[in-house]
Design a protein around this ligand. Structure first.
Ligand code: ASP
Length: 591
């Protein structure tokens, strides 16, 4: 038997017990004729005490960091207790030990914070995973996985596997392809998601399906993406949007409670896509704080029938505002005291290429009720006061205004809002503010390719009242879909839709996306065919499992929540993959 207990188990009640532990040497501390060693395993750390006799043996067979050691001895009470670890009241007085395996000096320290850089840590990932930080992440991931499965099981979902070697599914990204040896010159694609399969399972009558499944997308890996990532993929039959939202709101509440002890009793707020863009400048609003965007001038007013553009606020002497397509503002709480230097810094910030604005206008709402602005020259106190009122700014607030082209300005304002919230510490990772964003547009115009593409994917159903508009190109921008996203703290963690389930509408959708009848039949004949054999109304959702784990772990990056991730260039630096293959292999594959 290698061990009687783990390194995280022993307490005062074990004093006097003879035990055997096995694990990795975390640290060795020698004091003259005695030695202390910290032994680590997945469960914790226990201090070993080598008395004089044993110390001599230890000298003859020195153990270093990361050696695998088996140690026998008696649990004794420590004189010098360590309150920081659960086993800190006791230590083992060693009577015998055995080195199970030696270890070379690790290339970085195996501790909470390491001195190893990202690439080095990934190259020796098996050692990096020994660090408490990563171990906690892996445990959290496992707990989230269990929690999701438990909930879906009680709700009657079946876990059904779908194939990895398929024909490409159009989720909008590039496919990874796999050459077929038996069908020379032909290729499989790895699924970007099991989308069409889960729909077919609904046609099969399985009613409720889920899978925690790998998806593959060959995208540029900026912004913390991985070429293979994990989704919790779900589909339900005979449901409307409301049923899906209720079911998955329940799932998230369950997981938050189970894994984090966070109880959310209220219904998740719902916001239309239009409102998210209007008030937050993006479709994944962080609602942990307010600071909503005030729209002073924008072409979007034309689409918001109930609202009137407040042109009296900006019309007048300031040429930049007069000519800008869009003017918008946020009121930043308590920042009226910003110094000249801080304001200059903000100007530099908005001028960065990622933000791309030429400047930012400010209005300070002073505590004494007066206003001071970078555009004082153009607008008098009354006008500034009216702008402040429109922006909901109070005494002590700082109003920041951006003006320019609609798309860029809205994006910049969204970033500026988040930046100011970061500076003000308003984005506390321990606060969970989930919401549903609903009523997404069905289409999106791809400027580069100059064509309409599906914003979600081509299987998403339009709102029934908008189906007729699919015959009128000028209406494409206004067609809304039965599609929804779940957003947590400014991050989209999942999305789905109610699907099309009639052949005619699916064909109409493919045609709207510029696909010929022949092409549609070639690529999606199987699905169109299935829709002729009794397809039920259905809908579903998928959420990013890596991202959800990172959020629950209070971290930004998903990488350390994946046991063996790839780097930014899509490489596995430990395996050194992708790699060349030999000529024989190539020949077999007909490459
Ligand atoms: N398959 C979709 C995706 O991966 C999710 C869904 O519509 O269920 O985004």
């Amino acid at each position: 038997m290698y061990r009687t207990h783990t390194c995280g188990e022993l307490r005062m009640q074990h004093v006097g017990t003879e035990v055997t532990l096995a694990g990795w040497v975390q640290a060795v501390r020698k004091f003259g004729s005695i030695t202390f060693t910290d032994l680590r395993d997945r469960y914790g750390i226990t201090q070993l005490y080598f008395n004089e006799q044993l110390n001599e043996r230890l000298d003859a067979t020195p153990t270093g960091r990361e050696y695998v050691l088996q140690a026998m001895g008696k649990v004794i009470e420590r004189t010098n207790k360590n309150g920081k670890i659960p086993t800190g009241d006791v230590e083992i007085e060693i009577t015998d030990f055995k080195i199970l395996n030696a270890a070379a000096t690790p290339p970085f320290t195996i501790e909470e914070d390491t001195d190893g850089g990202d690439e080095l840590r990934m190259k020796y990932r098996y050692m990096d995973l020994r660090r408490p930080t990563l171990k906690r992440n892996m445990e959290l991931r496992y707990r989230v996985n269990r929690s999701v499965r438990n909930y879906l099981d009680t709700m009657g979902f079946w876990d059904i596997e779908t194939p990895f070697l398929i024909r490409s599914t159009p989720e909008g990204a590039r496919d990874f392809v796999v050459p077929s040896r038996m069908n020379e010159g032909q290729f499989y694609a790895l699924p970007q998601s099991p989308q069409t399969f889960k729909q077919l399972l609904m046609v099969s009558g399985y009613d409720r399906y889920y899978q925690i499944v790998k998806c593959f997308r060959d995208e540029d890996l900026r912004a913390d993406r991985q070429p293979e990532f994990t989704q919790v993929d779900c589909e339900m039959s005979f449901v409307e949007q409301e049923d899906v939202l209720q079911t998955f709101e329940g799932l998230f509440k369950h997981v938050f409670r189970d894994v984090k002890g966070v109880e959310i009793t209220d219904a998740f707020p719902r916001m239309t896509w239009d409102d998210a863009m209007w008030y937050y400048g993006n479709d994944k609003p962080d609602i942990r704080f307010e600071m909503k965007i005030a729209n002073l001038k924008t072409p979007v007013y034309g689409k918001r029938a109930s609202e009137e553009e407040p042109s009296h606020l900006w019309q007048g002497a300031f040429p930049v505002f007069n000519s800008a397509e869009t003017i918008m503002a946020i009121a930043v709480p308590g920042c009226a005291e910003y110094t000249r230097k801080q304001l200059d810094e903000l100007t530099e910030w908005v001028k960065r290429p990622q933000i791309g604005m030429s400047g930012v206008v400010n209005i300070k709402c002073n505590a004494d009720g007066s206003y001071k602005s970078s555009v004082d020259k153009f607008y008098d106190g009354d006008r500034l006061k009216a702008i402040a009122a429109y922006c909901g700014a109070g005494a002590g607030d700082l109003i920041l205004l951006l003006a320019g082209n609609e798309g860029r300005t809205r994006k910049a304002m969204s970033e500026l809002r988040l930046e100011m919230a970061n500076r003000l510490g308003m984005r506390n990772p321990d606060v969970y503010r989930p919401l549903w964003v609903i009523d997404f547009p069905l289409f999106e115009h791809d400027e580069e390719a100059n064509r309409w593409v599906a914003r979600h994917h081509p299987f998403t159903s339009p709102k029934p009242e908008h189906i007729a508009w699919m015959d009128d190109l000028s209406k494409y921008d206004d067609i809304k879909a039965n599609a929804y996203d779940i957003v947590l703290n400014g991050t989209e963690i999942g999305g789905g839709s109610i699907r099309i389930f009639h052949r005619e509408l699916q064909e109409k959708m493919f045609a709207a996306l510029g696909m010929s009848k022949k092409e549609a039949q070639e690529k999606f004949g199987f699905l169109l065919g299935a829709f002729e054999y009794g397809a039920p109304p259905h809908g579903g959702i998928a959420f990013g499992f890596d991202r959800l784990c990172a959020l629950l772990g209070g971290q930004e990056s998903i990488r350390d929540f994946i046991a063996f991730p790839k780097n930014n260039a899509g490489r596995d630096v430990m395996l050194d993959a992708p790699s060349e293959i030999d000529d024989v292999q190539k020949k077999e594959l007909g490459l």
